[in-house]
Every structure is written in structure tokens, then in C-alpha cells.
Ligand binder design. Structure first.
Ligand code: PLP
Length: 512
């Protein structure tokens, strides 16, 4: 494809993309019911074409074969999981990122890519009101990860390496044993590390995202979840954590890492940071990571920043700008109070990665702050998004999502004959159950679970709305959240009317 062909193809593609975006208001979130597992393979040739094809043969296939199989996350009737915002400014950023494509792992691999990221992390940190200790001016620093799960892995592996160094000392210089004595010394140290590692335990509340259990598995350590209570709105309290820590200690285990949540996936619970920090004064070896994957975006609104109280006591913080701040996937923003601890754990420099700027410690090499070596140019879309919307535009977007949740919550309460709120609107997320009409001998909870699950399945089967459900202890509940740019009161009301209609039908059909 030469420049002229690209110009023509790009114009056609942009028109197609705009047409798709403009159709979203009326598109259901889920694909057409004719889409079934394995639908695509029969529509495509068995192998890649031997001869080149023209764009005017490729583009129609995107429209006819791919678009029908998409789940439309930007549709205003997408109220499942959490949002994953896309925007025109974000798309422009992605376009430039593709044009300047470079696996910019170190400063010299493309200085502008590194330097824009460093500046953007401070812009975003300031916009969220992050304590200074997480900004470069306070000795901290930010880095863009691909996902909140990757950030947990980075924090957890750093925590593991830190406690291993603290308890077993620094590795002896020269990691290539040559003599028998070297081998013996190295093996003795490895055995000691193995003994310590076998006792390490990572913790998170039982409502923390499964990313923490997965990260502990990747890091080869144990994981324990801390029980939480509905009486505390599923937030982890200082007392919950203290009990779990004492339990692990009496079992001879060594807690070394904790995830605290600012907005859990099921209900958007915020753990009690200040109480937790108080308890952790007695446990200085524990690295605390704040998982704010979704709700972190809301900190752009000053009136919500009370949720950050106590965060300055913790070690790292991550939120997905690609969830709720109009920035296309992926842009997971990780702030670290002491980045040297991350680089001390992750940095390995083979000769081919050395250069005079890195050797002189004049630059940031983000390869040492993440899992892969190569990395995408993500900060350019953040720059474009921040400038196009301004902080005020992004605040307005968050306010709208919160308002839509509160409206839905209010309507549910008006129908208290039909619905029970499990957790009130929180960062735009409402969690509720359907009340059974006549439990017929079943326990109330079983009957409520049965009808709620039936309603949930019927809503998604209708194709008009896409929601997700969750389990909180023995309670089966439905989650509704709308953080889309196209979301509006009209769409919320339509969704509520559908939920009412299906709930009334299911109560009658199931005779519960
Ligand atoms: N943490 C929380 C609280 C989440 O809600 C999610 C996903 O929604 C994650 C972590 C995982 O996010 P990611 O897909 O960025 O790894």
C-alpha cells in the first residue's frame, strides 16, 4: 500500500468508523442472536491469501463479517462489567501511536515516547489529586501498564523480591557461578530463598478482583482472601485485616503483599484505608497496592477525593483510564511511591540493552517498570484526550455516570415491592435483587436467587440490554452500570422499564 492508496483507504475507513459510531445509540449491546460460537471460521478462507488484495475488497468484509459479531461496548445499552470508553480523541491517539510504532522500551529507543509518558503521568496524578509522594516531584512516578492485572503482578513481584532481599540479603555479585565454591554458595542461597518463599502469603479482601489471586499464582506464592461483611458494605475494615494477619501468622506464614480496593468489581466497595494503614504499622514488610481499576477515574472530581484519604501510606496505586475516562483501551495508570524498589526487583540489563544515557542514570527506562520489554506509545492518546476534553469535560463525564446510577437506584426504590437494593448507587454502579412473590417453602434467599437469576438471563436473552450478575456470599445479584459517553437518562429509563417488565413476567412464570 503506497501513500496514495493509504490516503484513500484511510478516508474510507474513517467514514466507516464514524458511521459505526453514529449507529451505536440505536444498536443493542450484544451481537445478533444468529451469532453462535464458531460463526466466523466458515465465513473466512481457510488460509491467508497468496496474492495481495485491495482495500475495497477488505473493508466490506469488516462490515459484513466482523461488525455483526461484535459486542458493542460503546452502546448506551451496554451496562455490563464496567465501561471501557472509546472516544474520537482516543482513536486519534491510537492512529498516531500506530504511525510512530516503536517498542520504546528505553529512553533512547524513542525519547519522546518516554518523556511524554513521564509528563502525562504527572498530569494525570495531579488531575486525580494523588498525594505528592506518587508524583515525580515527590520522588514517586507513574507508568502506563496494559491492564490493572499487570499492575498487580508488578506490585506483587516487587513485594516478593523486596522481602526476599530483606530476609536473605542481597544476591552475591556475579550471577554466573564458575567454581565449585560459587555453585555451593549460590545453591545455599537459593535454598534459603526457597524456604522463605514457601511461607510467603499475599492477601486481598474476598471482594478484591481475582487479579490478585492470579498474580500470587504467577509469583509462586500463597494467597489468602480476607472475609468481609455485608454490614460494612463489603469493604475490608482494619479489624477484618487484623484478624486475617493474625491467622496467617499463627499458621507460620509471612504476609508480604496486600491489595486494597478503591471500587471492588461486584459492588464498588472502598476498603477502609485509614484503618488498614493503622493496622499495618505493625506489619512494615507488607507492600500495599491500591486497585482502583474502575472507580479511580472518579477521583478527577475533587468532591470524591475523600476516598483517597490514607492512600499516602500505601506503596502503589493503579486505575484504568481506559475504563471511565474516555481513553481507548489500553491505558492502565500505575503510580509508585518508590520506583527504585520496582526497578531493583525487575531490572536485568544484558549488554545489548546498555547505552550511555541509561548507564549514567540520566533517563527513565520504562522496560524496568513492567513485564515485557517492548511497549506501546500510549501516552499520546492520553495527551490528546486530556487536551480535547479538558479536566472539566472529563469531570462532566464522570458526573453523568454517577447521576445515571443514582437515577436507576431511585427508580428501584420506588418499586420496593419488586426489588431489593444490595448496595446503593456507588460510582454509578447499582446492585440489586428481585424479590420473590411467594417463596413456596423455599428459603427466602433461595427463592430470591432463583427469580433474580431468571430475570438476569431473560434480560440478556432479550438482546435489548447487556448486564452482568454477581454472587455476594449466598446472594445472587444483578449489577447495572452505565459509564458510556452515549449513556443518557432516556437509555437508563428504557433499561429500567425492561427490567421491571421482565421481573414481573418471571415472577408470574416461575410462580415465585
Ligand atoms: N480490578 C478491578 C477492581 C476490576 O474491576 C477489574 C476489571 O474490571 C480488574 C482489576 C482487572 O482489570 P484488567 O482487565 O485491566 O486487568
Amino acid at each position: 500500500m503506497d501513500a496514495n492508496e493509504f490516503r484513500e483507504a484511510a478516508h474510507a475507513a474513517i467514514e466507516h468508523i464514524i458511521g459505526y459510531c453514529q449507529s451505536l445509540s440505536d444498536r443493542p449491546a450484544l451481537p445478533d442472536s444468529s451469532i453462535h460460537p464458531g460463526y466466523l471460521r466458515p465465513l473466512l478462507p481457510d488460509s491467508a491469501p497468496q496474492e495481495p488484495e485491495k482495500w475495497d475488497a477488505i473493508q466490506p468484509d469488516i462490515a459484513s463479517k466482523i461488525v455483526p459479531g461484535l459486542t458493542h461496548w460503546q452502546s448506551p445499552s451496554f451496562m455490563a462489567f464496567f465501561p471501557a470508553n472509546s472516544s474520537y480523541p482516543g482513536m486519534l491517539g491510537e492512529l498516531y501511536s500506530a504511525a510512530f510504532s516503536a517498542p520504546a522500551f528505553s529512553w533512547i529507543a524513542s525519547p519522546a515516547i518516554t518523556e511524554l509518558e513521564t509528563v502525562m503521568m504527572d498530569w494525570v496524578g495531579q488531575a486525580l489529586g494523588m498525594p505528592e509522594c506518587f508524583l515525580s516531584s515527590g520522588g514517586g512516578g507513574g507508568v502506563i501498564q496494559g491492564s490493572a492485572s499487570e499492575a498487580v503482578v508488578i506490585a506483587l513481584v516487587t513485594a516478593r523480591e523486596r522481602i526476599l532481599r530483606q530476609r536473605a540479603g542481597e544476591p552475591p555479585g556475579g550471577m554466573d557461578p564458575r567454581t565449585d565454591e560459587d555453585w555451593a554458595a549460590e545453591e545455599a542461597r537459593e535454598d534459603k530463598l526457597g524456604d522463605i518463599r514457601s511461607k510467603l502469603v499475599a492477601l486481598g479482601s474476598e471482594c478484591a478482583h481475582s487479579a490478585t489471586a492470579k498474580a500470587a499464582r504467577i509469583a509462586g506464592t500463597r494467597y489468602r482472601s480476607v472475609p468481609v461483611s455485608r454490614n460494612n458494605d463489603f469493604a475490608m475494615t482494619g479489624a477484618d485485616l487484623k484478624a486475617a494477619l493474625e491467622h496467617t501468622k499463627s499458621a507460620g506464614l509471612v504476609p508480604y503483599y496486600l491489595t486494597v480496593s478503591l471500587g471492588t468489581t461486584s459492588t464498588c466497595a472502598v476498603d477502609r484505608f485509614e484503618e488498614i494503614a493503622e493496622v499495618l504499622k505493625d506489619w512494615p514488610e507488607i507492600w500495599v497496592h491500591v486497585d482502583a481499576a474502575y472507580a479511580g477515574s472518579a477521583m478527577i472530581c475533587p468532591e470524591l477525593r475523600y476516598h483517597l484519604k490514607g492512600v499516602e501510606h500505601f506503596d502503589s496505586f493503579d486505575f484504568n483510564m481506559h475504563k471511565w475516562l474516555l481513553t481507548n483501551f489500553d491505558a492502565s495508570i500505575m503510580f509508585i511511591k518508590n520506583p527504585q524498589q520496582v526497578t531493583a526487583s525487575l531490572s536485568i540489563t544484558p549488554p545489548f540493552l546498555r547505552n550511555k544515557w541509561s548507564d549514567a542514570s540520566l533517563v527513565t527506562d520504562y522496560r524496568d517498570w513492567q513485564i515485557p520489554l517492548g511497549r506501546r506509545f500510549r501516552s499520546i492518546k492520553i495527551w490528546i484526550v486530556l487536551r480535547t476534553y479538558g479536566i472539566a469535560g472529563l469531570q462532566a463525564h464522570i458526573h453523568k455516570g454517577i447521576r445515571l446510577g443514582e437515577q436507576f437506584d431511585g427508580w428501584l426504590r420506588e418499586r420496593s415491592d419488586l426489588f431489593e437494593i444490595v448496595t446503593a448507587a456507588n460510582f454509578g454502579l447499582v446492585v440489586f435483587t428481585v424479590k420473590p412473590r411467594d417463596p413456596k417453602g423455599a428459603t427466602d434467599q433461595e427463592a430470591a436467587n432463583t427469580v433474580t437469576e431468571a430475570v438476569y438471563e431473560a434480560i440478556n436473552a432479550s438482546g435489548e440490554l447487556f448486564l452482568t450478575s454477581t454472587k455476594l456470599g449466598d446472594v445472587y445479584a444483578i449489577r447495572v452500570v452505565n459509564g458510556n459517553e452515549l449513556g443518557s437518562e432516556k437509555h437508563m429509563r428504557k433499561a429500567f422499564d425492561l427490567v421491571v417488565k421482565i421481573s414481573e413476567q418471571e415472577r408470574t412464570n416461575g410462580d415465585v
